[in-house]
Design a protein around this ligand. Sequence first.
Ligand SMILES: [Zn+2]
Length: 303
Amino acid sequence: MPELPEVEAARRGIAEQLAGRAVTGLELYRPRLIQAAPGLDLDLLPGHRLLEVGRWGKYLWLVFEPLAAVVHLKLTGQLVARGGSIPGFAAGHPVPPYDAPLPHKSTALRLDFAPGIQLYLTDVRHFARVWLLPVDEVDNYVESFALGPDLLSPDFSFETFCRRLERRQAGRLKPTLLDQSVVAGIGNIYADESLWQARLHPEQVVGALSEDDLARLYEGIQQTMRLAVPIGGARILHGKAVPPVGEFPFVHGREGQPCPRCGTTIVKLQVNGRGTYLCPHCQPAPVGSPLGAGATQRLAAGE
Ligand SMILES: [Zn+2]
């Protein structure tokens, strides 16, 4: 699923290459993509400019003169811009390949910008959504999702992070990081990467974390974002990290490969139904937990 780094790559591409340009046309291939407030329609866009683009967690919004479009790429949404004299960009889910001919059979929407530029929203699973709203309702709408601080925002301080976790003392670490009301932007890939950076087990109970654990976790999230955002996210295809080995992502999608830090074989287990990758040496099961020492390996071996 596109997470913060992928959605941020889309935001930057749109801000740098499309903002200020006028919409010249469009084609809506899949009408169910759109949920519109009364009186609003994509057909209002041609002739009007894209004024600005914003993002909070995995939500992206494009503000045009007559309306705003709030976009969530969900599991497999992808945004690709090409044409005209822009360098172009591609962000989000890696299927279809970023250089595939467009429109693809799963393309849901094409927006045309002057001069000769196309922005495609393609989504192989059809869960992505675009909400059309009056411009002055965007802030309220995004706030209605009660998202925690965005990971790239100055609001995501260590103090704020600890305060958000205080309300989740009984929770286990990975599901807590995936909860967008705690912090906004982490999904399955970057939760695994952040926990590996922090040397913490995904099933550790939040309330059992020491001050030092919390500091490592906060730094692990920051470090993961510093690695992932500039490259537009990890390259994961069909659940496997695309080589080269030893480069980002370090554990996610790398079952059976050596941990880049200690060489121990990376294992995959299920945490709340989500495929979870970790190094059993760097991220030992919490002391006193029913998992116990060695349980991670036994679980991974299917015992
Ligand atoms: Zn390790």
